[in-house]
Ligand binder design. Structure first.
Ligand SMILES: Cc1ncc(COP(=O)(O)O)c(C=O)c1O
Length: 432
């Protein structure tokens, strides 16, 4: 199988290093944020030249089946005809104008119609906008300060959401943030008891999808217990569906897991890549959200709203979650079987439409020790071998399936995975 090189990507990175600083995960600079994490990985492309359907091409001309889907936004495929047409038409009519467009009302109606708990919707840009707003709404509704979240949960890059001690944050940012362990309801009950009458909201993703570690589904009864506790204690239950949204259930991932939050945050896949996010909520919180000052210059862009409306209609028309859940099962199940043939145990965790992968033979993997071990060891090496053959996986993050992934992609991915296992077997022999 042809092994890719990334000479042009690396050349461009050298230029970038002079004008774009780095991140703690990308020493040397040239890239920031979550896109910086994979830059130091062996054989990783850094810049794309074009994308279409389920694939992208890097600046060296290498073609990849994209299992990251832009970290979630791509759900119907790159350059989706219907979505792009809706956006183009709206761009022609007007995008950022001194008034809102009627499409904003239509989109809010669509979300209220589609999402089970939604009686209203507010729109913004990134996922951190609705998670921030949700926390403010919880505080406005309850008059309380504290927010409870799960250790390893990610809700955006705002200071209150970062780990204490992170660069640029101060103690006060996280002074009112309490952390619990996923699936440990007794601990949550204890924390709520110790902070009785002080917790405004509990924010959580529908299941636990931290970086680096295996993803965890809710234990039986976990969500029901949390919902009952929040209801009893007057705590606003906030679903952060920014990442999983529309890949489990179009009515909200809470429907897949059987619970009812008070607020739900969406972003990423909402418009198949156009920049828009949303907070939806119940009537009980209509006054509270109306009392929070929340705005942004670009929050009223009409073209992303038109794209979102087209995306939601298309997701509904084709019953997209079913397609992605089934495709995820199929492609990942096949890789698990191929791994077995080489003596490797590939663990797939999380939703099949958002699978996290880990070869467990080297346990714990080097990268679970922390940043220093990232991109090294058996699992990371296998991922690198896949990437260098055209399947874009990452070693530390969950993956994403879209409705644009085809049977041909599945077969090609299995061939790549097989060749990649062969390569690591050659390097590692029977060490693991
Ligand atoms: C669960 C979750 N919430 C919130 C966010 C923040 O979204 P954004 O990066 O668009 O601000 C993310 C981003 O990865 C996320 O995965």
């Amino acid at each position: 199988m042809h092994i890719y090189d990334q000479k042009e990507s690396r050349k461009l990175l050298e230029r970038a290093k002079k004008v774009i600083p780095g991140s703690p995960l990308c020493p040397g600079g040239g890239m920031y944020g979550h896109y910086s994490v994979s830059v130091p990985a062996r054989g990783n492309p850094i810049y794309f030249s074009k994308a279409d359907g389920s694939r992208f091409w890097d600046v060296d001309g290498n073609e990849y089946i994209d299992y990251m889907c832009a970290y979630g936004p791509m759900i119907l495929g790159y350059n989706h005809g219907t979505v792009d047409k809706a956006a183009r038409q709206q761009y022609r009519k007007g995008n950022t104008v001194s008034l809102a467009s009627p499409v904003m009302v239509e989109l809010a109606e669509q979300l209220v119609d589609m999402v089970s708990i939604a009686d209203w919707a507010f729109f913004a840009k990134n996922g951190a906008d609705p998670t921030n707003l949700a926390v403010m709404v919880a505080r406005a509704a309850t008059g309380r300060k504290k927010i409870l979240m799960f250790d390893g949960g990610y809700h955006g890059s705002s200071p209150w959401m970062q780990d204490p001690g992170s660069g640029g944050t101060i103690e006060e940012d996280t002074a009112n943030v309490l952390k619990a362990t996923w699936n440990d309801f007794e601990q949550i009950r204890k924390i709520v008891g110790e902070n009785d009458g002080q917790i405004a909201g509990l924010i959580s993703t529908p299941y636990h999808h931290p970086v680096v570690f295996d993803n965890e589904m809710p234990a039986p009864g976990f969500w029901k217990n949390i919902q009952d506790l929040c209801n009893r204690k007057g705590i606003v239950l906030i679903l952060d569906d920014v990442r999983a949204g529309f890949r489990a259930d179009l009515a909200g991932s809470n429907e897949y897991f059987g619970f009812k939050p008070d607020l739900a945050c969406f972003g990423k896949a909402l418009a198949n890549g156009y920049p828009i996010s949303a907070l939806v909520g119940t009537d009980a919180l209509r006054d509270a959200v109306s009392n929070v000052f929340f705005t942004g210059t670009q929050f009223f862009n009409a073209a992303p709203m038109a794209a979102a409306l087209a995306t939601l209609r298309e997701l509904k028309r084709i019953n997209a979650p079913k397609i992605m859940l089934e495709r995820g099962w199929k492609v990942m199940g096949g890789i698990v079987d191929i791994a077995k043939g080489y003596g490797y145990d590939l663990r797939v965790s999380g939703l099949p439409s958002m699978p996290f992968l880990r070869i467990t033979n080297q346990d714990p993997p080097v990268f679970s020790e922390g940043i220093a071990g990232l991109h090294s060891g058996l699992h990371s090496d296998w991922i690198s071998e896949c990437v260098q053959r055209g399947a874009y996986f990452l070693d530390y993050h969950n993956h994403f399936i879209s409705t644009a992934h085809t049977d041909e992609d599945t077969q090609r991915t299995w061939d790549i995975a097989d060749d990649a296992f062969k390569a690591v077997k050659k390097n590692y022999g029977d060490r693991f």
